[in-house]
Write a protein that binds this ligand. Structure first.
Ligand code: DAK
Length: 263
C-alpha cells in the first residue's frame, strides 16, 4: 500500500478484510480535498489486490465517522472549484459503488453531510448506538454535493429523504435503523464483531460471483425491471464460463468446501 497522511489502511487483522480509517480526529474526520484524493487512491489500490475481499471504512476515535466535507476548506471555493470538489467526491463514490468488493461503512459517531454521503455510497452501513446521521448542508446555504440527495432518497424513500435534507435535522442511530438507513445496529463493543462476521461470510464465497451480484444489483437501480433482469441473466450465464462456477458446484456434489480462485 502507498503512503497516506490522512488515512490508514490495515489488511492484517483478518484474511480478506481491509480496514480504511479516516484520521483527522481533531476536525471530526472532516473530508478535505487531500483526504478525498487519498480515499480515491486507496480504493484503486485495494481494487487491484485480489487478497482483499471486503473493505470497511471508518473514522478515527469514538466521536465521529466523518462530520462532513471540510467547511473551512470549502467556504472560499468559487463555483468552478466547487464543481471540481464535487467531481472528486463523485469519483470516490463511483469507485466504491463500481468496486468488485463490498464496502461496509462502520459508523461510530457523527456521519453528517459528506460523511453521511460517504456511508451511503458503501454497500452496507453498520452503526453503533452512538451514531448520528444527517444532511445539514442547507444550514450552510448549500445542498448535499456528494450524491446524497439521490442515494438517500433511493435508500429511505423520497419523503423521508426530503425531510432530512430540507430540515437539516440529525437523527439517532435508532431512528436511522428504523427508516432503513442503517443495516446493522450494534452495541459499540459488538460492532466490529458484526463487521468481521460479515466479511468472513463474504470472503468464503466466489469472488467473481460476489462482484457480479454487486454489479448487477447496482446497475439495475437505474434500469427498467425488464432490462435489469436481462442484465442479471447475462451475468448468470457468464459465470458458467468461470472456474469458480465449476469449483463451487463440484465442491457441493463432492461434499467438500470450495476453493475459489477468482478465475
Ligand atoms: N469541517 C471542518 N471542521 C469541522 C467539521 C467540518 N465539517 N465538523 C467539525 N469540525 C471541527 C470543528 O471546527 C472543531 O475544530 P476546532 O474548533 O477544535 O479547531 C472540531 O472539529 C470539533 O468540533 P466541535 O467543537 O464543533 O464539536 P461539537 O461536539 O461541539 O459539535 C458537530 C460536533 C458535529 C455537531 C459540529 O462540529 C458540527 O456541526 N459540525 C459541522 C457538521 C456539518 O455541518 N457537516 C456538513 C458539512 S457540509 C461535496 C461533497 C460533500 C459536500 C459538499 C460538497 N462536493 C463533493 C462538492 C458536503 C458538504 C458537507 O458535508
Amino acid at each position: 500500500m502507498g503512503q497516506y497522511e490522512h488515512i490508514s489502511v490495515e489488511t492484517g487483522t483478518q484474511p480478506g478484510l481491509a480496514v480504511v480509517t479516516i484520521r483527522r480526529e481533531k476536525a471530526l474526520n472532516a473530508l478535505n480535498d487531500a483526504t478525498l484524493r487519498e480515499l480515491t487512491r486507496v480504493a484503486g489500490e485495494l481494487e487491484d489486490d485480489d487478497d482483499v475481499r471486503v473493505v470497511a471504512v471508518t473514522g478515527a476515535g469514538d466521536k465521529a465517522f466523518v462530520a462532513g466535507a471540510d467547511i473551512g476548506e470549502m467556504k472560499d471555493l468559487g463555483p468552478r472549484e466547487a464543481k471540481d470538489f464535487a467531481e472528486r467526491g463523485g469519483a470516490l463514490a463511483a469507485s466504491i459503488e463500481g468496486s468488485k468488493k463490498p464496502y461496509i461503512a462502520v459508523v461510530n459517531g457523527f456521519a453528517l453531510g459528506g460523511g453521511c454521503e460517504l456511508a451511503l455510497a458503501c454497500d452496507f452501513i453498520y452503526a453503533s448506538g452512538s451514531a448520528v446521521f444527517g444532511q445539514p448542508e442547507v444550514k450552510l446555504g448549500v445542498i448535499p454535493g456528494f450524491g446524497g440527495t439521490q442515494r438517500l432518497s433511493r435508500r429511505v424513500g423520497i419523503a423521508k429523504a426530503k425531510e432530512l435534507v430540507l430540515t437539516g435535522a440529525t437523527i439517532s442511530a435508532d431512528e436511522a435503523s428504523r427508516i432503513g438507513l442503517v443495516d446493522v445496529l450494534a452495541e459499540p463493543d459488538a460492532l466490529w464483531d458484526r463487521v468481521r462476521e460479515s466479511a468472513k461470510a463474504i470472503a468464503k464465497n466466489g469472488p467473481l460471483a460476489v462482484a457480479e451480484a454487486k454489479r448487477v444489483m447496482q446497475a439495475g437501480q437505474s434500469m427498467t425491471l425488464e432490462h435489469a433482469v436481462d442484465t442479471e441473466q447475462r451475468a448468470f450465464a457468464g459465470l458458467f464460463a468461470t472456474g469458480d462456477q465449476k469449483e463451487g458446484m463440484d465442491a457441493f456434489v463432492s461434499k467438500r468446501k470450495p476453493e475459489f480462485g477468482g478465475r
